[in-house]
Design a protein. Sequence first.
Length: 619
Amino acid sequence: MLEELEIRNLGPIRSAVLTPAPGMTAITGETGAGKSMLLNAIRLISGAAADANRVSSGADAAWAQGVFMAGPQTAAAAIAAEAGVEPEDGELFLARSVPASGRSRATANGRSVPRSVLGRITDELVTVHGQADQLRIASAARQREFLDAVAGDQAELASYRQAWEALAAMDERLEKLASQESLIRQQADYLRESIERINRVDPQPGEDEDLKTRRSRIENAAEIAQGVGGALGALDASAVDGDPDALGASDLITRAVQHLRAIHVEGPFSDLADRLESIGADLSDVVFSLSRQIDMEEGVDDLDAINGRIHELDELTRRWGPTLADVIAWRDRAVLDVEDLDTSPEKLAELRQERRRLFEDALEAADRLSSVRRRAAEELSARVGEELSSLAMSGAGLEIRVTPREADEARGGTWPLDANGRDDIAFLFTPFPGSPQLPMGRSASGGELSRLMLALELVAAERRMGYGTDDVSVAIPDADGGDGSTETDSERAGVTDFGGVRADDPPVRPGQPAMTFIFDEVDAGVGGKSAVELGRRLARLARVAQVIVVTHLAQVASWADAQFVVSKGGDPSADGVATTVHEVREEERVAEIARMLSGSESETSLDHARELLAESRLG
């Protein structure tokens, strides 16, 4: 919701602050007073291209800022957060400065951002329906998004896209296999041969290091035997010579312990004996380990086999190493890769069969989505036609055509789908009886298209307003306020968000996030009773969204919750023109409505204005 719009030095407007009502706000004033500058300011803070010619004469730069309410869970707040901007107390301050010469600057909450970021944020906050803004709805993508929002088909769309993504992934895999079949076959052959070679050698973790240790022992067997024998002879001569009388270090320590134990005089002798016994135990362990080393010595005949095995393992580490653990890990990964790269006819046939199953799943999901879209399109078309009749467009109509695509035989008869389903969606507008149906956006004047958009937005909003949580019948009012068709919750697609506010919430209030709709030229070619109906419908839309309308009709402005007048006056600028924007209330508003009715402020016109304001209220 737009809480405040501030403008400085934009065209004839030197300084203006606009605080729209949460519901409906009317902007009025004489032709040429500068009402279009307010829309230009909105477009500027929406990221539109800057025009230095719109800077007020004699000023260095034009500046516009919009303060928007954006709750923490809204899409606008999420987009701002992506750009490093956090709302302050739920508010976004979006500003744009345009120098008389040089580049414009965009900011969000005081932080410089690309103007494209402003565009993305305001796309979630503001919708402008003016002559320069209507072509957006002419695109098929925008029309599909609008219909999906009205249909409330998020569940069906999510289910379809999940099936579509699985199908697209399989198609990508098959396309890759087809385009790189030869290369993949070579790679698969290489992997299989490598796996076979590694398996033939059958390396074991740490085996190469163990073998190199054994080889070193064999190559140095004489030196090892001499050293171990000498050490054993010194420690335990009987273990080497077999002479029971030969003494070694262990025997000598044993004798020393015996001599110390024989001393029966108090002193450190017992402790020293204990220490020698501990040393003797350690020596016994050393003697045992050295004896085992002699028993473990291998013959020279084992050396050739060990060298051959080390050579085999070195070949593996040289190609797939650097370590034997790397070789084993590479082999294990290659086994999995071969499964994916296997392009045998059986494997391809299996993948194509799986692709057919995924296509059928996606097609079924697309058909469910199409069914929801068609029901919503029929209802929306009928209701918009009723609304147009009350907006001075009798005989005008809108057909929303949902056409499921058939299989394209040129592509194997299997590809009517895209990321959004299988439907071609077209909004076809008939502006007057006898006119052919033409694509929306190319078949109407600015005023007609603005009224068509009002009818669309109004029906969409009221469709959402009727949704509840119980499966009960809900009346859809017709154009005259009477009972129209009914539907149940089970026949609808569910409650959806509308500009950040649930549609079954009470009318929008200050401090609530809500979508802002701005209508320009919506009253072109309208008058009398139709103008009253136009105002009534804008007021109805304003119950769930913020509505700002630029109008020259008193019958429209009288329905507004707030009214601002754009007029020439104040201190003239260098070129002799200045424009002011101020809110009119009570008697001042009565005088403005009277001026709009008759161009004067006579007692008759003032009475008429008071009567019109009193009657312009929703029941």
